[in-house]
Design a protein around this ligand. Sequence first.
Ligand code: G6P
Length: 600
Amino acid sequence: MCGIVGVTGVGDALPYLLQGLQKLEYRGYDSAGVYLTDASGKNALIKEKGRVSKLAEKAKAHGFSGTAGIAHTRWATHGNVTIENAHPQKSADDRFFLVHNGVIENYKELTETYLQGVHLVSETDTEVAVQLVDKFSKDGMSTPDAFRKMISLLDGNSAYGFLLVDHEDPETLYVAKKKSPLLVGVSDHGNAVTSDAAAMIDLTKEFIELRDGDMAIVKPKSVVIYDAAGEEVNREPFTLEIDPEDTDKGAYPYYMLKEIDEQAVVARNISAHYFDEDGNLQGIPCAVTDTIQEADRLYIVAAGTSYHAGLVGKRYFEQWAKIPTEVHIASEFAYDQPMLSEKPFFIFLSQSGETADSREVLDNVKKQGYPALTLANVMNSTLTREADFALPVLAGPEIAVASTKAYTAQVLVQAILAASLGNPGFDLKAELAKVAVEIQAITDEKESFKKIAEDALKDQHSAFYIGRGLDAAVALEAALKLKEISYIQTEGFAAGELKHGTISLIEEGTPVFALLTQSKTAGLLRGEVAQVAARGANTIVFASEDLAKEGDAFVLPQVNELLMPLLAVIPAQLVAYYATLARGLDVDRPRNLAKSVTVQ
Ligand code: G6P
């Protein structure tokens, strides 16, 4: 969602800010803006709807680069996608400029109480915040005090990240954050602020993580941080272990394809991390397994693709670790908590570690005193910091909005965690090595899926994925992949439900993809495929080697049946990718979506 970058004392601010915004593009946004300034107070505010490249053209044409500046990608919440609503927002007297992530729940009340008579030019809550700073400054407060006072008035639920510039002290950045990621980047040639470290790696790899309630004053050669109580604190920087090439798409046309292809390597990396050379599990602290063993039920909480990964993980925890497991959608659990068992243990699954719905549940669960573990791809994220325990998912940076390698990585890490709690009854390490080889084999045959996608989906407006058991769980993820990027309305569901309603949607040529990897129900699923075919559906079966029949569209290599989701999802990812390409759409940046959903 929205992204923030800022720099000061860098000599030439605009290139850093534009590169930063470009690196944040993957998170999803619909407008962007930049405010540039220098020590003399010369400044420029440039905003644009749509892509960062359009903003870059406009900013370059303007010709001023500045030595400091703040910039933002906005994903509209309050107010339409317009230049007026894009950030930075400014105060009426052009003194303060502000970028903001989050939602100010009580902005209307604040406007009525404090800003009577102030003409607001945008529809945003952010403009209210910057006008408030201006008002308090006019009342006689210093800029840090006015900034602090504005923050103190925000509704207690508001998550925020703010970056403010005062034109009267142009190279100073005022920063504040709560439950929205914000880091200060430090270097000998200028300092930076960013909501995502990857956006500033061209300037530095040294970052200070701000905590909730912190306020920081960042100048060209100094960083001063105050905690929530207003006390000056010293926070040590950490070095970001990231290879700039990991965030690059190299020779690939789209990040999504690169990330699909990376899944074999990810599987190997995960095994190398969690198994030693003798095949013993490592890297899962005893405190984690001991605490889980004390639980009488696991609650997996997640959103989107991560929720779908949880549906597969449930099987491992129940079958191997023998612990009853429920999987919940975070946004539902947050406001309708189900009746819990006596000794629940929570597992949060998240690629980003920042999803607002999941954070809300974690907050609630902590207040109730229950233990929680986060499995996240981005460590040092809010969900990893705030849970009692955290384990890395190790997919590496995932940039495409449609999640692929994070899904397989989450399934893999859940399998490994479940194995550490019980017994899969087979050599998991050896089987995972085979999984990696077979993922590679499927991705090597990507051209087959290009043809399947083009033939079946190019001109369709609806499609279906069906399966039973674990294949039903994968069908949900497969359908999400296809619909979110190709805009083909796709339903994924348990095949047994076909006859209870959905079969009435089948028309001549309707594509119905069947995932067939579970022997117990293979016969039934074949029956369902025949039933839709008899009604005109274009059936496309992806079956595992042991269950495949002539006429199946693709035969998946055979691995242990419980691990088949790791293979069955790959054709679905590739079909989604190629269908989207065939329809001439932007694979990596589907409309209206954000990579990291930081508002509820
Ligand atoms: C967004 C992303 C999805 C992701 C979901 C949950 O909708 O586009 O790919 O699955 O958020 O995000 P998380 O980071 O918690 O896994």
